[in-house]
Design a binder for this molecule. Structure first.
Ligand code: IGP
Length: 257
């Protein structure tokens, strides 16, 4: 069993137990669209990530609201919040707190396999959800994609290779993330972005986001140079003493395509 299969199996059990789905209050309005931001300028999607299966604990005691506000003040394009409890030590309440505290788009970062999770993300204040091509059958992916669209959510479709990119393009996804980390082996290489970008239809409505393993300003520059409009950064920001400075430097280091 790969780690991805293990996470999905756990998720199937977890969603049976969700009880907090009744909230009708949303913090949706006025946050804007990530796609609109990234169409005009390069951006950093800054992540709240307490722990991960590959790194173990990263920063479990973090004040997530203070961290999110620092991201926003530094000019982050959006904030990503890990909501998986078992493997990432996150929670839907983390997302709710962050969504209330900031006025930029908020991504619910989880392994979504059911509409229940999409409702829950929206109720907590997410404006973007993640759908991982490698985690879903094509019919499920299509169904969840359409469901999220109908809820006016933005959808980041995550791919890892050319074949998965083709699936994302078939869906007509606007936000496409290339995960530099292979969720089956945990291997990380920024070359993934370079490789998959060769097949990316630049100039159309699709927006490329490079995800994972971006640690330095040079890394950011490299993937922006491959054509990424956005980068998704977790660990480097969670370990940084000054995440605001990191974000500003990454934006400044942008390479023009
Ligand atoms: O911490 P990193 O290497 O900067 O990575 C952030 C983000 O890309 C990563 O958390 C991620 C990308 N896709 C995912 C899917 C599920 C969980 C986590 C992820």
């Amino acid at each position: 069993m790969t780690i991805l299969e293990k996470i999905i199996a756990t998720k199937r059990q977890e969603i049976q137990r969700y009880t907090d789905n009744q909230s009708s209050e949303t913090f949706f309005s006025g946050k804007g669209r990530l796609a609109d931001h990234l169409r005009h300028k390069k951006g950093v999607i800054s992540e709240i990530k307490r722990a991960s299966p590959s790194q173990g604990d990263i920063h479990t005691t973090v004040d997530i609201v203070a961290q999110a506000k620092q991201y926003e003040q530094a000019g982050a394009a959006a904030i990503s919040v890990l909501t998986d409890e078992t493997y990432f030590k996150g929670s839907i309440d983390d997302l709710r707190q962050v969504a209330q505290a900031v006025s930029i788009p908020v991504l619910c970062k989880d392994f979504i396999i059911s509409e229940i999770q999409i409702d829950r993300a929206k109720n907590a204040g997410a404006t973007i959800i993640l759908l991982i091509v490698a985690a879903l059958e094509k019919v499920e992916l299509e169904r969840l994609f359409q469901y999220a669209q109908a809820q006016s959510l933005e959808i980041l479709v995550e791919v890892h290779d050319e074949e998965e990119l083709a699936v994302a393009l078939e869906l007509d996804a606007e936000l496409i993330g290339i995960n530099n980390r292979d969720l089956k082996t945990f291997n990380v290489s920024l070359e993934r972005t370079a490789e998959v970008a060769k097949k990316f239809p630049f100039g159309g409505k699709q927006i490329l986001i490079s995800e994972s393993g971006i640690h330095t300003k040079e890394d950011a520059k490299f993937v922006y140079g491959c054509g990424a409009s956005g980068i998704l950064v977790g660990e480097a920001l969670m370990r940084s003493k000054d995440p605001g400075a990191w974000i500003k430097a990454a934006i400044k280091g942008e390479a023009v395509r």
